[in-house]
Design a protein around this ligand. Structure first.
Ligand SMILES: [Zn+2]
Length: 278
């Protein structure tokens, strides 16, 4: 069973926030067929560090997999900060509660992460969104700085991305791959006419290598952002059984109790839409 899904010749990893507005932008600006995409809330390298390090360092024994560069893309909205990064917005709430000793019903972001933003003086949502790329660069340096792989970070301004979309928001959980988001949307929509259509701008992606990484995103997106529709998508046939086990374990989580969960494998017709009981 393939451990990861990178193709021969993949030379770059792009890590971005899960945000629904970024997929079309990543397809058009970064998908060159040789880029492996990873997505997690806030483009938070700490959450996906195990997989990222593995992708960078794995010796693929002659398979020509040679990552040369890692690019991490955070985002903000220069026109309206409340339309920026949902993860940053949540971090601002939790950071404020910590600084002022307020109680919150639930926490979605780790204490060490919150401390890092406090130490850097990033306390307002705006400061968090703009400072996030510096925090992520530091995290990259500590994880892959000693390797020969180059790394950089940048912030995307979503105010330039028109996102007229009235569709219900969906979380897609899938693994790192070179696939286009437009193609993933086609696969998610095929034989699922009874469900919310995956349009250009309504799907958040948790594109990670382990169930543990996916659980952090799933908890945050269902809890802090209120998403009620989660799809687990197998990237290829080698991925079907792994995604089935992820879906089964997600199904057992308390926070998923009232959330619709669907597994989408690569198998034909009927089993392609094998739904888990919710
Ligand atoms: Zn974001």
């Amino acid at each position: 069973m393939a451990d990861f899904l990178y193709p021969e010749g993949a030379s770059r990893i792009v890590v971005s926030c899960s945000d629904r507005r970024l997929s079309a932008y990543l397809d058009s600006e970064f998908n060159d067929g040789k880029t492996v995409f990873m997505r997690t809330a806030g483009a938070d390298v700490t959450n996906i560090a195990d997989t990222l390090v593995k992708l960078v360092h794995t010796d693929t024994e002659g398979k020509n997999h040679a990552i040369r560069q890692v690019v991490v893309l955070t985002h903000t909205d220069m026109g309206d900060v409340t339309k920026g990064c949902g993860w940053a917005g949540r971090l601002a709430v939790e950071e404020d509660a910590k600084i002022h000793g307020k109680e919150l019903d639930s926490h979605f972001i780790g204490d060490a992460q919150i401390n890092q933003f406090i130490e850097n003086g990033y306390t307002s949502r705006e400061q968090i969104e703009m400072g996030n790329k510096n925090v992520q660069k530091k995290a990259l340096g500590s994880r892959i700085g000693s390797s020969s792989v180059g790394y950089s970070t940048d912030t995307i301004d979503t105010s330039g991305i028109p996102t007229e979309d009235e569709l219900e928001h969906v979380l897609v959980i899938t693994r790192p791959s070179v696939a286009r988001y437009s193609d993933m949307a086609k696969r998610l929509n095929k034989n699922h006419e009874d469900m919310t259509t995956i349009g250009k701008f309504n799907a958040y992606y948790s594109q990670v290598g382990t169930l543990e990484e996916a659980l952090v995103d799933a908890r945050l997106f269902t809890g802090a952002l209120g998403i009620q529709d989660v799809r687990v998508l197998a990237q290829d046939q080698h991925d079907n059984e792994i995604m089935r086990s992820w879906a089964e374990q997600l199904h057992r989580q308390d926070f998923m109790k009232s959330v619709k969960l669907t597994l989408v494998t690569t198998r034909g017709n009927d089993s392609n839409k094998a739904k888990l009981k919710t």
